[in-house]
Design a protein around this ligand. Structure first.
Ligand code: KG4
Ligand code: ZN
Length: 338
């Protein structure tokens, strides 16, 4: 009989809970985007306060939707690393308390392992495959050989791809998060590369996006829209220029992703599939580009539905399901980052 798992995720700015058996019974997410939007990024103290308010209603809603109650849960799971310490602590303490009260096992899950296996919620992905994980906090390539078995091939040396979208959006005077807005603007400019921003090094599987962000900033200075000493826009950027910058940025990031995937397949010719996960994987233009690339390289390609791309507890529950099968439980002294 499959375990009934309740998973909790509070590593950053989403309070999430999901119930899983052999499939997802509920997946509830409270996003704090509106709380952090006025600041152009996540404010850790505000994130913790919101998690405290929302964790109980979100967990209760996940149980209600699954038509279950707490005594029905066999295994409790929680993201206990990596993330904002104050946010992780709330999910971890809350879930540990539930597990202790009901005398059930608890499993601490790595948030990144959650993202890596998020495409399995809707698909049977073959092994070995390459996973491109890209969010506001991470940009990494993994070789995934089995459930719970993966090797880091390359990671960002500075900013994450999502962070590049968010930071460029901020200097352009756009709202947070910038990724979806950049995608909409780029579509208006038909995804043409107007300004050929730098692609960085092609020789390794590591990524670097801070140079790209700086290149866009200096382009805005050159075009007379941004004052570096005042650190602010001197005037509203005309709509068509915003579209051209967004389009050039998106094409540049697409080229970097494709270049890295190409190198990964050369280094690991046994790879049968590619997965694209994390918040940035919501981007349809990037998905289409990787679809074509995968097709041309005889690989299958998988990405999660949007609610499994951005932070969620369904992916945490899925990882917990294969760990529970192996009885890889933690004890009640589970801590963050352990
Ligand atoms: O996975 P996620 O919800 O949170 C982190 O773990 O960081 O990802 C959020 C990131 C943000 O940087 C946001 O700008 C980006 O994902 N994002 C996108 C799109 N939708 C969200 N980036 C590009 N295009 C999108 N459509
Ligand atoms: Zn994430």
């Amino acid at each position: 009989m499959a375990n009934t798992i309740l998973a909790v995720e509070t590593s950053c700015d989403e309070t999430a809970a999901a119930v899983y058996t052999t499939h997802i019974l509920s997946n509830i997410i409270f996003s704090q985007t509106a709380i952090h939007a006025p600041f152009g990024g996540v404010i850790p103290e505000l994130a913790s306060r919101s998690h405290i308010e929302k964790i109980s209603p979100v967990v209760q809603e996940s149980l209600r939707k699954a038509k279950l109650t707490l005594p029905d849960i066999d295994v409790f799971a929680v993201t206990n690393k990596p993330g904002l310490p104050g946010s992780l602590l709330i999910g971890t303490c809350y879930t540990k308390a539930l597990a202790w009260v009901f005398k059930k096992p608890i499993i601490g899950i790595d948030h990144l392992e959650g993202h890596i296996f998020s495409s399995f919620l809707d698909n049977n992905v073959p092994f070995p495959h390459v996973c491109l994980t890209t969010s506001g906090g991470h940009t990494s390539l993994y070789l995934v050989t089995n459930f719970g078995e993966f090797t880091l091939l390359g990671t960002t040396l500075d900013d994450a791809a999502g962070e590049a979208f968010d930071k460029v959006a901020k200097v352009m005077g756009l709202a947070y998060p910038g990724g979806p807005l950049i995608e909409k603007l780029a579509e208006q400019a038909q995804f043409i590369d107007f300004f050929s921003y730098p692609r960085g090094t092609k020789k390794t599987l590591d990524f670097s996006f801070s140079g790209l962000k700086t290149a866009v900033l200096y382009d805005l200075v050159k075009k007379g829209f941004y004052d570096l000493s005042e650190k602010k826009l001197t005037q509203e950027i005309p709509q068509h220029t915003k579209e051209q910058i967004a389009s050039s940025l998106l094409v540049c990031i697409k080229d970097i992703f494709i270049e890295k995937l190409k190198l990964a397949l050369i280094k690991h010719p046994s790879v049968k599939a590619i997965t694209f996960v994390g918040g940035v994987a919501c981007n349809k233009y990037l998905r289409n580009a990787i679809t074509t690339f995968a097709h041309n390289h005889a690989c299958s390609f998988f990405y999660p539905r949007p609610e499994y791309c951005t932070d969620n507890a369904a992916m945490i529950a899925f990882v917990a399901s294969y760990k529970a099968q192996q009885r890889l439980y933690n004890n009640y002294s589970l801590d963050i980052f352990s």
